[in-house]
Design a protein around this ligand. Structure first.
Ligand SMILES: [Zn+2]
Length: 441
């Protein structure tokens, strides 16, 4: 069997394979992880009860806080089986560590080889890897394993080091890059200052991670377009996390990000945890398949996206997701509709007059959310403000308050001391304690 053959099977064959793997994972986790053993016992779940995906969807979710509180109880293997530890970055609380076995490394390798195959990477390609290779991060390791598995040449540089990246790009002329989008923008600007047009470097394949580069309709967003314009190549988007130990990858048909069905089972659910139809926004829930060290069942990623199924133009029948359009806790609720800051952002980008912006949300009457847009504009008039309000209203049937500032003032407001990332979204809402997980409603 060829590496990618399973991805070209029919949806029915894929479903059958996945159901077996899901059942196998429930059995394995229920037997080997103290956490799941306890949960199954509490909930009265028997392995033989899980016969279908519908049965499986009755299992409780695993939350981010469960990972933090019960980290070691989720381990499924003794220390002697662990060959590597990887960790989440810990930007939202305590970092979670994941033990990997020899088989987990093989799984990671297969996953990334499949992802790079979506981008048509082959053994004739050479990739410069520009993401963090160490510090317990999983992504760099995965890229390296996947590319070498395909027989492609790798230049394992790591993150940052702008000048050295440029020097090596010039010296080795790799035709592929793996990077976060914003770094490629920076690299191009530095190159330009030195009189180098990065378009002349011979780069043909760019795989990006970390920031969305797609719109909801799967065309390039402004960041994606910028990369395309600067580097002369349409990049491939990918999405992954330490928790998933798997990635979703865009293919040459650019019709969404493919999942690898032997490694992950995913669901998209609404606020009540119920499945939503294809194309509808909801939270991505993942179950890792064939993971040994720390498999997760129905893990709530907190990321909002939508599902695309059916055969893709590339020939794969594997289920896809759209771009991540926001985080669950960023959801804005007003007058019965829900929207995400990313959607408002998109509306604002259509106005050339707006040079910078901050989306602020606060609590209004009866706990409804109030959106205030702080816009940086040199000049303004009532007509323009009306058009902006209309544009935002068109997405979420919600009319924002608008405050206009000089661009320099907004720029100052978006910078947070000690942080490199700009603050474009400010959440001033009152937190509603539900007595349980403390999530907002
Ligand atoms: Zn495809």
């Amino acid at each position: 069997m060829q590496l990618t053959d399973r991805e070209f099977m029919s949806s029915e064959e894929i479903n059958q394979m996945q159901l077996e793997l899901v059942k196998q994972t429930v059995g394995y986790a229920g037997q080997n992880s103290k956490y799941y053993r306890k949960t199954f016992k509490q909930e009265g779940i028997q392995l033989e009860d899980i016969k279908s995906f519908a049965d499986f969807s009755k299992l409780p979710f695993t939350g981010k806080d469960d990972l933090q509180i019960y980290n070691e109880e989720l381990f499924c293997v003794p220390k002697t089986e662990i060959v590597e530890f990887v960790s989440t970055s810990g930007t939202t609380g305590e970092p979670v560590v994941f033990p990997l076995t020899k088989n987990d490394l093989e799984r990671l390798k297969l996953n990334e080889a499949l992802s790079f195959s979506c981008a048509n990477a082959q053994n004739t390609d050479a990739f410069q890897i520009m993401v963090n290779m160490g510090n317990l991060f999983v992504a760099g390791l995965a890229y390296y394993l996947g590319l070498t598995h395909l027989g492609a040449t790798t230049y394992r540089i790591g993150a940052g080091l702008t000048q050295r990246q440029l020097y090596l790009l010039n010296k080795f002329r790799p035709n592929g890059l793996v990077s976060v989008p914003s770094f490629l923008i920076k690299l191009r600007n530095v190159a330009l200052e030195e009189g180098i047009d990065v378009k002349d470097l011979g780069v043909e394949k760019i795989v990006l991670i970390g920031e969305p580069i797609l719109e909801m309709d799967l065309t390039s967003n402004s960041l994606g377009k910028k990369i395309e314009e600067y580097w002369g190549v349409r990049p491939f988007s990918s999405y992954g996390s330490t928790e998933m130990s798997t990635s979703f990858a865009e293919c040459i048909a650019h019709q969404g990000l493919h999942s690898h069905p032997e490694l992950i089972y995913f669901e998209i659910v609404d606020e009540k945890g119920q499945p939503v139809p294809d194309g509808m926004l909801g939270e991505l829930i993942v179950t890792t398949l064939q993971a040994e060290g720390m498999p997760l069942l129905r893990y709530q990623t907190g990321d909002i996206t939508f599902k695309i199924s059916g055969r893709c133009d590339c020939g794969r029948s594997t289920d896809r997701i759209g771009p991540i359009i926001g985080r669950k806790n960023q959801m804005i609720k007003s007058k019965g509709t829900t929207i995400y800051p990313g959607q408002i952002e998109k509306a604002l980008l259509a106005f050339k007059e707006i040079t910078d912006y901050i989306i602020q949300v606060s609590t209004g009457a009866e706990f409804s959310d109030v959106i205030t847009l702080k816009l940086g504009m040199e000049q303004t008039d009532e007509n323009l403000i009306r058009r902006i309000k209309e544009q935002v209203n068109a997405i979420g049937r919600v009319t924002p308050e608008i405050e206009v500032y000089q661009p320099a003032i907004i720029e100052k407001m978006t910078h947070v001391e000690g942080k490199t990332k700009q603050r474009k979204f400010i959440d001033l809402r009152e937190q509603v304690d539900l007595g349980g997980r403390g999530e907002r409603i």
